[in-house]
Design a protein around this ligand. Structure first.
Ligand code: ATP
Length: 239
């Protein structure tokens, strides 16, 4: 299990982004993390994957852990080796490399397992296989999101952390992304899904958290969040 406990995160010694956040991502589950812009969702992902340093952020209280093992001082590459993999917001792919080379860069594995990993990723994303020799810069936004996810899946992670994968995508592409998240989870990977699209996220999540200004304000099974009219209206913007 991947966990945060009473986590406080501060940027530049002054901006308090997280004010005591606790969250669990159990193995093999999909957990949705919802909330308005600036609520702290990205900061929580960064804290879980060792990426706060890069952004002048720091854990000032609380803990992040994997199976109870403290991750606070673990470097981002070591977090990846432990099986926790984040797809960054904005789907950063190498636009000048081919799709296949983008995937190989993401492998973090021995060459022997490369072919096997490529096969697995291509079966998740057949469109990437069809265009594997194409330069990534020619892909649509949705396809670049798939490539960014495919790159993360090259290391066959135990946990996949997604930061707004549906952002800016057309409805059909959002559906395709949702379906592939379900498939990835069906193969055993635990997913932490940060989304603005609450209905998409809760339609596939087992559990949901809603954050507001650095705090978790709701922590419930996804079905309960979706069934509560007040929650739908006030927190999720759904009617
Ligand atoms: P978004 O959907 O806009 O990414 P979010 O819920 O992911 O929002 P965060 O990006 O975690 O929220 O931001 C939480 C708070 O921390 C905000 O007040 C934000 O301005 C601040 N913050 C985030 N990154 C930094 C940074 N590198 N330096 C200073 N403050 C930051």
């Amino acid at each position: 299990m991947l966990s945060a406990r009473n986590l406080e995160v501060v940027y530049d010694d002054v901006v308090l982004a997280l004010r005591g956040v606790s969250l669990d991502v159990p193995d093999g589950r999909i957990v949705a993390l919802l909330g308005a812009n600036g609520a702290g969702k990205t900061s929580l992902l960064r804290a879980l994957t060792g990426l706060l340093d890069v952004h002048e952020g720091e854990i000032t209280k609380g803990s992040v852990s994997l199976d109870g093992e403290d991750l606070r001082r673990t470097a981002p590459e070591a977090v990846v080796r432990k099986g926790v993999r984040q797809v960054l917001e904005g789907r950063r792919v190498f636009v000048e490399l081919s799709i296949e080379d983008n995937l190989k860069v993401g492998a973090h594995t021995a060459r022997a397992t490369m072919a096997e990993n490529l096969d697995r990723v291509y079966s998740l994303f057949p469109v990437l296989h069809d265009r594997r020799a194409l330069t990534a810069g020619y892909l649509s936004g949705g396809e670049q999101q798939m490539l960014a996810m495919g790159r993360a899946m090259m290391s066959n992670p135990r946990f996949l952390l997604l930061d707004e994968p549906s952002l800016g995508l057309a409805p059909l592409m959002v559906e395709a992304i949702r379906d592939v998240i379900v498939e990835i989870n069906g193969n055993g990977t635990g997913v932490l899904l940060v989304e603005q699209n609450a209905s998409m996220a809760l339609s596939i999540a087992h559990h949901g958290y809603v954050m507001e200004t650095g705090r978790v304000v709701l922590d419930k099974p996804a079905a309960e969040l979706l069934a509560d009219d007040d929650v739908r209206e006030f927190y999720l913007g759904l009617h």
